[in-house]
Design a protein around this ligand. Structure first.
Ligand code: AMP
Ligand code: MN
Ligand code: ZN
Length: 594
């Protein structure tokens, strides 16, 4: 595109989604119009002329709203505006080309907010927060290029091709009710052919009693000021042992982890934060990865409450990387749920209980950085520094009215989280489900049936290659890049570069030969396929694929689109209309744009 450009400042995720929807909806409406013989209709039923004019006006308004919200400029740098219906037809190609850029932005944002990983119980929202997240996501992406991979120095290197059940790393079992040997047995769940190892502390977690002090004569202890105290770094075994001795004296500690997975296939914990009432420890888990099992003395001691915020990921990361388990977990995220607070994120709790404004934009920083910058260190520390004070205040609120029901509900949820079990994620080529699967690409980009096999093949190549190089799949090749390559079907490195556009990266260009090979193989095995279709071409029954499919992901995507569409165009969407469109066989529903 030469004469149009997209502004970036106002481009938040919400805007992108809306703009994208406008394109899809306009396309659909245009296809609808052209699919009938309008002149003929006007002749035999003059009264509909008016209606058609109204429709054109609406289309024009919608298109102009889209151009405005996407901040599209004409060749003179002025906002691009369509004056009349013929303008709409003439400049349609220009508008169509904006698709790619909108998709790209939407993809990035969707990845940040929903796509790449399981949702983390940090329900932050609002444009400023999003903008910050996006910014730090990109800056961490940049710095991620330059740091030598710490996993190369791990005593046990990651084995991304290991198969079979994950065997717990546990070598000793302090605070055991059931012996280590008994705990490390394979289980054969009914109706499931693949056995797995037990969660070795499951019995202890589910049956141990929390210390009585958790509900008795609670005093709110004020946190020490951050400014006059310093964090203590734990960089070697001696420091680690000293810290463990101190922790054994505590009745409650706060724990948090920072994780890195951009330049690693499965990811690894890059920092552990532990706070007592008087100290903040920052543990270098890259250096001490193989030594941390001693912490089980504290972590599995039922008498020491471990306070986490949103521990779901932490629990499995601790098992996967260090063989650590948590008995007597108190999760402040669940406390916020039970208390029905209007926010449940840690930043919300920090603000509400401690009037502390968290710099959450560091959440996605590159935690492999050493030494940490002062800002990262402050951020990491603030994730646990206030947590015991928040725990005090929340317990008082939970016990208001003298009933123990609320706090018991928090403990019940916390136990269930602590008892969860890490398992390796298998690549499911059939269903395409999972973090690294092809399924989400299909729905997110409304991939056409003709491109489906290519997406699946490219996705598989990405998975194998990311395992081999020990890279994050998204770092190696974004979902958007897969979609673009499948659409463009390049035959040489130049074509790969062109298809990738701004998504071009060193690592992908180094592997351009393989990418071309994957594409060639798929195309040779398939019948010749039509080229990129026009808007009014004969269309396969792709339209209703996503509608008829009962799959949950699809439902969610469709519901989201419908919600946004009704917001944009007023009223609700009548599914019957879509059916009409489909039956004319001249367009597809959402998938028809490409
Ligand atoms: P936190 O518990 O907020 O300190 O987050 C722990 C780790 O989870 C971070 O170091 C990130 O690796 C990861 N993480 C947290 N929030 C997000 C997010 N929105 N997207 C991706 N990763 C996240
Ligand atoms: Mn956390
Ligand atoms: Zn954290």
């Amino acid at each position: 595109m030469t004469s149009t450009s997209i502004g970036t400042d106002a481009a938040t995720a919400e805007l992108n989604k809306r703009a994208l929807l406008s394109v899809l909806k306009v396309t659909q409406d245009v296809a609808k119009l052209t699919s009938y013989d309008l002149d003929y209709l006007e002749t035999i039923r003059p009264e509909i002329k008016n209606d058609i004019q109204k429709l054109w006006d609406r289309l024009l308004d919608t298109s102009n709203a889209l151009l405005k919200s996407a901040d599209v400029k004409d060749s003179e740098g002025l906002p691009l505006k369509l004056a009349n219906a013929s303008d709409l037809t003439q400049k349609w190609s220009q508008i169509g080309e904006i698709n790619d850029q909108l998709f790209e932005k939407a993809d990035t944002n969707l990845d940040i907010f929903v796509g790449v990983r399981k949702p983390i119980p940090e329900a932050s929202s609002g444009p400023s927060n999003r903008a910050l997240k996006k910014k730090s996501y990109f800056s961490s992406l940049k710095s991620a290029l330059n740091i030598p991979k710490p996993q190369l120095l791990f005593k046990t290197k990651p084995d991304n091709f290991a198969t079979g059940p994950f065997k717990p790393l546990l070598t000793q079992k302090p605070n055991a009710l059931i012996s280590l040997e008994e705990s490390l047995k394979l289980e054969y769940p009914e109706g499931n052919i693949t056995p797995h190892y037990r969660q070795p502390y499951e019995a202890e977690i589910l049956t141990s009693k929390y210390p009585k002090a958790i509900v008795k004569s609670i005093k709110v202890i004020q946190p020490l000021p951050l400014t006059t105290t310093k964090p203590l770094w734990i960089n070697n075994v001696e420091q680690l042992n000293d810290m463990v001795s101190e922790l054994e004296e505590q009745t409650e500690i706060a724990v948090d982890l920072e994780h890195h997975d951009m330049r690693s296939y499965v990811g690894f914990v890059s920092l552990m934060q532990i706070s007592t009432r008087s100290k903040d420890y920052l543990i270098d888990t890259l250096k001490l990865r193989e030594e941390l099992e001693v912490l089980n003395k504290v972590f599995t001691n039922r008498k020491i409450v471990k306070v986490f915020h949103g521990a779901t990921s932490d629990i499995v990361w601790l098992q996967r990387d260090f063989g650590l388990y948590i008995v007597s977990l108190f999760d402040t995220f669940h406390a916020a749920s039970v208390l029905n607070l209007e926010g449940k994120s840690l930043s919300f709790l920090l603000d509400r209980y401690c009037s502390f404004k968290a710099a959450k934009e560091y959440q996605l920083a590159d935690w492999r950085t050493r030494p940490l910058t002062k800002a990262m260190e402050d951020y990491a520390r603030s994730d646990t520094h206030f947590l015991l004070n928040i725990y005090d205040q929340m317990r008082i609120e939970l016990l208001e009215g003298q009933s123990k029901e609320k706090i018991e509900s928090v403990l019940q949820s916390s136990r269930a989280i602590a008892a969860s079990r890490y398992e390796r994620e298998e690549y499911d080529e059939e269903s395409g489900k999972g973090r690294t699967g092809w399924k989400s690409i299909m729905t997110k980009f409304s991939v056409q049936p003709k491109d489906r096999d290519l997406v699946i093949a490219l996705n598989k190549w990405r998975d194998v290659t990311a395992r081999r190089l020990d890279e994050g799949v998204q770092y190696l090749m974004s979902n958007y890049a897969i979609f673009m390559l499948a659409r463009a079907r390049p035959r040489d490195a130049h074509g790969v570069a062109r298809a990738l556009g701004k998504h071009q990266s060193e690592i992908l260009m180094e592997n351009a030969d393989q990418i071309i090979q994957v594409i060639t193989d798929v195309l040779q095995n398939n019948k010749p396929l039509p080229n990129r279709a026009s808007f009014t071409r004969e269309v396969p029954e792709s339209t209703t694929l996503s509608l008829k499919n009962d799959d949950e992901d699809n439902k969610e995507v469709i519901a989201d689109r419908e919600r946004l569409a009704s917001e944009l165009f007023g009223g609700t969407i009548d599914r019957k209309n879509f059916k009409d469109v489909k039956e004319t066989k001249n367009s597809t529903f959402w998938g028809g744009v490409f």
